[in-house]
Design a protein around this ligand. Structure first.
Ligand code: TYD
Length: 212
């Protein structure tokens, strides 16, 4: 990619249906990175900033927008704040940023789940993220599980979750090299090993200065 500066840091996102174990894996990966592989910043979406957490509370717990576009724009606003104030600064310092959900959630949930136009969602995401995409996205692929904190967003029907999963599958088809697809039904230790191995490889490649 002649002349284009290699952006510092590594951006890694975890995606999947509600309750597939993303948060557990992020926590384990964060402590693994901290124990000898570099600076780490773990964030969740929506949220990760004071502004984003307030919006999270609004859309996930207080009120349901009638317009899927309105709901998407709230997620997008939270993401813009997170990118600008946390993710991009951490990346520019060379940190490994682990994200519990990111741009692909919008495509899977708002476009495939709720029928928004996928190109519009991708275009707005591009603006909001200032064009920064993940170096690696893990799709924890499997059935959604009930979690203790059942909020409005998690109480959708199976057809809805099937559409969201189809959205993730579509994204993998678009950018197979960005995705690692992992069966979320496996033992969490095995999942962790798979992710750690892949990230370790990515880190070695980055250290050698290669892009791909
Ligand atoms: P959360 O409580 O974080 O649960 P989990 O990540 O374990 O599923 O729920 C976040 C909810 O918000 C989830 O139902 C997906 C939804 N969401 C979107 O619809 N679009 C988005 O862009 C993001 C970030 C989340």
């Amino acid at each position: 990619m002649g002349g284009r500066p290699v952006s510092a840091g590594l951006l890694i996102s975890l995606e999947g249906l509600d309750g597939v174990g993303k948060t557990t894996q992020i926590e384990r990966l964060a402590s693994w990175v901290r124990d000898g592989h570099g600076e780490v910043k773990a964030v969740r979406e929506p949220g990760g900033t004071a502004f984003g957490e307030a919006l999270r509370d609004l859309v996930l717990h207080r009120i349901e927008a009638q317009s899927a576009l309105a709901e998407f724009l709230v997620f997008a606003a939270a993401r813009a704040e997170l990118m600008q104030t946390v993710v991009l600064p951490a990346l520019s310092q060379g940190a490994i940023v682990l994200m519990d959900r990111f741009i692909d959630s919008s495509v899977a949930y708002q476009a495939f789940g709720h029928g928004l136009d996928a190109d519009t969602v991708v275009a707005i995401n591009h603006i909001v993220t200032q064009g920064r995409k993940p170096n690696l996205t893990v799709w924890l692929h499997g059935q959604p599980f009930a979690t203790e904190d059942r909020d409005r967003m998690e109480q959708r029907n199976p057809a809805y979750f099937a559409r969201v999963a189809a959205g993730y599958a579509w994204l993998v088809e678009q950018e197979p090299e960005r995705f690692l697809v992992v069966d979320s039904g496996q033992n969490p230790d095995i999942i962790f090993d798979t992710l750690r191995t892949r990230i370790h490889r990515l880190l070695n490649r980055t250290k050698r200065g290669g892009e791909g």
